[in-house]
Design a protein around this ligand. Structure first.
Ligand SMILES: [Zn+2]
Length: 372
């Protein structure tokens, strides 16, 4: 073997080891939303171009990535594990920053411009400063943006290219630095001024025990997502001074009649049943509030709009439905469907503490507003 050949071999070997290091299957630590950048993108049954094509995405389609292998990323389609080539995807609104560097980007930059980091699990970027403006894209926890302008509690941020969008300042790391932000006021209300003092609120975590409720697209059971959510709702309501009565505290089965009986045995000011939704249509998503008696519509609207102001999920509005727990409750009562566990985009969001805390804040503030 001559010298040239051996150095070539060393080079090839080092490439081999380097690729071994970098191409290790990595579990995506944070679920992130990506967008298809090519005009079409083949969706395959496995992480290789030899795998069967099972569908096709088109430009602009969004997907959540669950794992990455050899340049291929895995998502779900109709409940099935599917794979697409990583290089045809761009991370939503990260200005083409590589995933690996996003988390470590320092918020201090050499420029004079202020940087903000998204602290909420998932947020919408809008065309103007307020929730009434159109959504132009989205961002996830850890994303950094340069602030180019400010209007009230909203920041104008630099997106990829020369485009800009608006985000709520209270969903960023700058929230705590602001003295009179909307959210700080809202939090202050729920933690300090005890605005629900004297109110009896019944929290009804749906399902439990032998009743799993809806089954998520990855097999998760509704009852298991509800329980940690209800703990946060109960805590927030108690922080605001409410006397909270709970229909189930553990993984146990409670008859619908008993849930109603618990509520009707108190002078209950509000009965709040907590659920997560599911649908055979995997794209169904968002938050819905149901009421049975038209007299409860106003309370439902107050809670729904308050939740929507806190979370990034789609607003499905307030709807009428004759659910047994609502019809038989003497108290003003609503049933909340807090997102679709059958939707691969909603599920990873609704399972986070930050989402569940936002829901708890939303319900608490919605009730405070309603009782005012
Ligand atoms: Zn349910």
């Amino acid at each position: 073997m001559n010298n040239r050949l051996s150095s070539k071999l060393v080079f090839i070997l080092s490439l081999f080891f380097l690729s071994f290091i970098f191409l290790q299957p990595v579990q995506a630590s944070n679920l992130e939303t990506y967008e298809v950048s090519s005009s079409t993108l083949n969706v395959r049954s496995g992480p290789s171009s030899d795998s069967e094509i099972v569908a096709q995405f088109v430009n602009g389609n969004e997907l959540v990535i669950f794992q990455e292998k050899y340049g291929w990323v895995q998502t779900y389609l109709d409940g099935e594990e599917v794979w697409v080539a990583r290089h045809h995807l761009v991370k939503k609104d990260s200005s083409n920053t590589e995933t690996a560097s996003t988390g470590t980007t320092n918020t201090e930059t050499s420029s004079d411009h202020k940087m903000v980091t998204i602290t909420s699990e998932s947020i919408f970027v809008r065309s103007g400063p307020g929730t009434s403006h159109e959504m132009v894209s989205s961002a996830v926890s850890g994303d950094n943006f340069e602030v180019t302008d400010k209007s009230g509690d909203w920041y104008q941020i630099m997106l990829s290219g020369s485009e800009t969008g608006w985000i709520a300042s209270w969903l960023t790391d700058q929230a705590s630095h602001q003295e009179a932000s909307q959210d700080n006021n809202a939090n202050a209300v729920s933690s300090n001024s005890k605005s629900l003092e004297g109110y009896n609120i019944v929290v009804d975590p749906g399902h439990g025990g032998t009743d799993p409720g809806a089954i998520g697209f990855n097999g998760i059971q509704e009852k298991d997502v509800i329980l940690p959510t209800s703990t946060k709702v109960i805590d927030h309501l108690r922080d605001a001074g409410a006397n909270v009565i709970v229909t189930r505290t553990g993984d146990n089965f409670v008859l619908l009649d008993d849930r109603v009986r618990i509520s009707n045995s108190y002078y209950t000011d509000a009965f709040i049943s907590l659920h997560y939704d599911s649908s055979l249509n995997m794209s169904a998503n968002g938050v819905t509030t149901y009421f049975a008696d038209i007299a409860d519509k106003k309370m439902g609207e107050s809670i729904q709009s308050s939740i929507i102001s806190q979370v990034s999920l789609h607003d499905r509005g307030v709807r009428q439905a004759n659910y047994k727990v609502l019809v038989n409750s003497s108290a003003p009562s609503v049933l909340l469907e807090l997102g679709f566990i059958s939707n691969p985009h909603n599920l990873p969001i609704v399972q986070t503490e930050s989402y569940q805390n936002s829901v708890a804040t939303g319900i608490t503030n919605g009730l405070i507003t309603y009782f005012e």
